[in-house]
Design a protein around this ligand. Structure first.
Ligand SMILES: Cc1cc2nc3c(=O)[nH]c(=O)nc-3n(C[C@H](O)[C@H](O)[C@H](O)COP(=O)(O)OP(=O)(O)OC[C@H]3O[C@@H](n4cnc5c(N)ncnc54)[C@H](O)[C@@H]3O)c2cc1C
Length: 467
């Protein structure tokens, strides 16, 4: 097994062009900081809307090599979070946002089609399954909220027998199927959007971390190790880095991590499971386990049980953690025991930017010249395309449906995460307690009362875990 930070997808996508660092003094109309999905889609939509706009994208390392190029490739709409959206924004606004996120799933496919990007896009639906009695019906709150808002043709509840028809894992119980979901090879998608940006004339810089940003003057000024750039508007699309020192949003973002493995090609196992529809599947744990197949016959499985990251340490154990990978492999064999003697080819991981609501937020910073998006909490692949449209509308000061989506809020309206060191120490303690509780539930043991009590703390302090 090859265990490294960047994982299978980036390797599979093959060698990519490199871009020079920012040097000297440069002037642009708009600068996007961060070359993940959020930054790439924002630059793409800016240039598509205003071809003459001078747009630059600054990436601290390599474009698409962060979480965007190494995630599970689940392209989900936000229906699965509908109850949480309704509670925060009210039903009408929640419906607008969920519908826009559903369109985002198909727009990603349309982009691939129009731009000839072979990102293995497959509109295959998403199945949320219970794998322990404690998870049964965990979707009730969401389905009830959807029905109350008038959505009657939404997700379908599946009996255990119907779940077995989709994927015959011995661990699966009942579930719920959401149709508006796809899977992609995420690195191929990121590199495809980068190529489209380049074709549109976005100026791309790699190895160019923004080390200082000053938005107090009439222009925003950005300093990198080798150069400076100014622009009328900037977009902070540097995701997990927004939790770090110097970030205007560090009070609103906390960092966790997620880790994945992918098997050697096992087409016989996929056939045996009857899992030939390509559905993206996850269990209903708070520390989510998610799994999918690939067109080259592999099975990939990830677990959101990685450590809480102290401060802004996005590398180290957020990316490479042998203990967590052991837990991922345990889940793989628990859910798919027939893989016990099959080879795992790659293991990897990456940081997760979590908001207190577990929902993404788009903010306009007080200067009115800088905008940011963060807090996808492990669900950014589908929504980031829509978020890129909203950020482009904010930069261009255009009034359109994406400018009116309710997740655009002033920074002052955002829910804060606890300050350090409680954020890390408390977060780690709670995460471990949830892990012990869920492991006991999965193995049919009774949950010890201390872990059960600690697991309830997030709800008591207004920090939402799960969907
Ligand atoms: C293992 C794993 C599995 C996941 N699975 C899924 C999934 O299946 N489906 C899903 O929807 N989501 C998933 N996610 C989450 C998903 O990857 C993210 O929500 C999404 O990629 C966020 O994109 P982004 O562009 O906002 O951030 P990122 O991809 O983190 O991009 C931010 C970029 O900014 C750069 N940067 C940071 N600081 C600076 C700076 N100062 N200057 C310049 N550049 C900077 C970084 O290098 C990085 O490239 C997963 C994440 C992980 C780690």
């Amino acid at each position: 097994m090859i265990h490294k930070a960047h994982g299978y997808w980036i390797e599979e996508a093959g060698s990519q062009p490199t871009y020079p660092p920012l040097e000297g003094e440069r002037q642009f109309d708009a600068i996007v900081v961060g070359g993940g999905f959020t930054g790439l889609w924002t630059a793409f939509h800016l240039k598509t809307a205003e071809p003459d706009l001078k747009v630059a994208l600054l990436e601290s390392h390599r474009i698409g090599h962060g979480p965007s190029g190494r995630n599970g490739g689940f392209v989900d709409a936000m229906w699965v979070s509908f109850a949480s959206l309704g509670a925060r924004y009210g039903d009408e606004a929640a419906l607008r946002l969920a519908r826009a996120s559903e369109r985002s799933v198909t727009q990603v496919g349309e982009f691939c089609e129009e731009h000839g990007v072979d990102a293995w896009y497959r509109l295959s639906g998403y199945l949320n399954v219970s794998t322990a009695p404690a998870q049964d019906g965990s979707w009730d709150r969401n389905l009830k909220a959807m029905r109350a808002a008038g959505i009657i043709d939404g997700p379908r509840e599946l009996t255990p027998e119907a779940v077995q028809e989709v994927c015959a894992s011995p661990a699966f119980r009942g579930g719920v199927h959401y149709g508006a979901a796809a899977t992609v090879q995420p690195a191929r998608l990121a590199f495809g959007i980068r190529a489209a940006c380049e074709e549109l004339g976005v100026t791309l810089f790699e190895e160019s971390p923004a080390v200082r940003i000053d938005d107090s003057g009439s222009q925003v000024r950005i300093l990198t190790p080798k150069g400076r750039a100014s622009a009328d508007r900037i977009v902070l699309a540097n995701g997990p880095a927004l939790a770090g020192q110097g970030s205007p949003l560090r009070q609103n973002v906390t960092l966790a991590s997620s880790h994945m493995v992918i098997t050697e090609p096992v087409p016989d196992v996929i056939e045996e499971l009857g899992w030939t529809g390509g559905e993206a599947i996850s269990d209903c744990r708070a520390l989510l386990t998610y799994f999918r197949t690939t067109p080259d016959g592999r099975l990939a499985l990830g677990w959101g049980g990685g450590r809480i990251v102290a401060g802004s340490r996005r590398f180290g154990r957020a990316e490479l953690d042998a203990d967590v990978i052991e837990g991922v492999i345990k889940s793989l064999h628990r859910y798919f025991p027939m893989l016990a003697d099959r080879q795992i080819d790659y293991a990897w991981g990456g940081p997760i930017d979590a908001s207190a609501t577990h929902l993404p937020h788009v903010v306009s910073l007080p200067s009115g010249r800088a905008f940011a998006a963060f807090g996808y909490t492990g669900n950014g692949v589908g929504p980031s395309q829509m978020v890129g449209r909203s950020l482009a509308s904010l930069v261009l000061d255009r009034r359109d449906e994406y400018r009116d989506l309710p997740f655009i809020e002033p920074a002052s309206a955002l829910t804060r995460v606890p300050p350090e060191p409680f954020r890390w120490a408390g977060g780690a303690m709670i995460r471990e307690a949830i892990g012990r509780k869920e492991e006991a539930e999965l193995t049919g043991r009774s949950v010890d009362p201390v872990s059960a009590a600690i697991s309830r703390i997030p709800a008591l302090i207004g920090f939402h875990i799960g969907r």
